[in-house]
Design a binder for this molecule. Sequence first.
Ligand SMILES: [Zn+2]
Length: 435
Amino acid sequence: MNKSVEYLTPDQWSQWHTELLQSTVNRAFSRVPFYRQRMKDSGVRPEDIGSVEDISKLPFTTRDDISDNYPYGLFSVPLRDIVRIHALRSGHANPVARGLTAQDLQKRTSLTARFFQISGVGPDDIVQICLDPGMALHGQELKEGAESIGALVIPPDPVSTFTRLRIMSDFKTTVLVTTPSYGLHLFEVFNEKNMSLAALNLKTVIFIGETLSDETRALFQQELDVETRAAYGIFEASGPSMAYECQCKCGLHLAMDHVIPEIVDPESGKTLPEGQKGELVVTTVTARANPLIRFRTGDVTSITREKCECGRTTWRMTPVEARCDGLLTVRGVKISSEQVQKLILDRTGGTALPFLMVLHKWKHLTQIEILLAIDETIFTGSLPQLHHWIRESEEIFQEALGISCRIRPVEFDSIKSFIQDRRFAVDEKAFYSLS
Ligand SMILES: [Zn+2]
């Protein structure tokens, strides 16, 4: 990837984005019936896009749309041109599937490679990736990006935290890529096991999947004497490195050669002015197989267009502050109440049991506990049978959600006391469903 691309002037960005947007919209309109219909419904045609500012005329795309058009509905190239398909569990009837052409793969790998290089990673580095299984797709792209610059990569293999620390020590890992919560957990286990700081060779820790707090950053920088970087990415568009910090660490540079970012009001969908907080919306401009037009990420942030002290002119987003679409992010894995509800329905054979999902902190790791109001369809009087059903359900939920969780059978009234008057709510601690 050409380095100079991150240093274009505002006029050059505007001109280039106009060209990229026009070609993306033309391709989507002519090749993807879904986009053609959506644009017709919105009364907009490709020729109405005279400049990048006209992007606000275009309809949004949501995760529901991707799921609803599973498996091939959003592909803009013939299947023979697709060289890889990635699928992600979703809270809907269908998975979220994305196709990649050879060119798409190359572009995503080069973007991830650029992100590593900007983070100070080079061919002499040993990059260890520690992520939950629910972030396996990000893990794979990070592995390919790091390998492409010649680094030695230790991918996120399913071993214990202690084993990961041993590997970090024995193989002299220089760069750790992880989520903030798992990074803290690693650090805690490291202390518990009385491991020696001298045994580590870490120089950089890159945090993805969750917002990196100032406290966590300070702890790593001070206690481990390492450089810290944060990155942001989503599976649906551009992978794990759609935005990343430079050495100035004053916001995350958006990869504007791959996406056109916008901030909109989550309620009205109206475009918000620079600096105002709202939902991040991205349009992919390099994706050949699955172009995404005005994809609503659900992440709340703000964007500045000011030139960074590092010299880059790419816009910078602030760390994600919240979500506005009802999804919870737990250790980088996005979970919806619909997902949990569907799993319960599958396990009960169609009985919708009320549940409450609570997030606990244990050794810095967020643990999910599902309080499930059981009835006679589950509890027939035999405690051993109930325990067996719970343990089996926990395994199935872990497989489906990509993250471990505990299920606690409770009385309906226990849940009711949490719910108060609302039928559905989401906050940092819990979400639940009464249906
Ligand atoms: Zn910068």
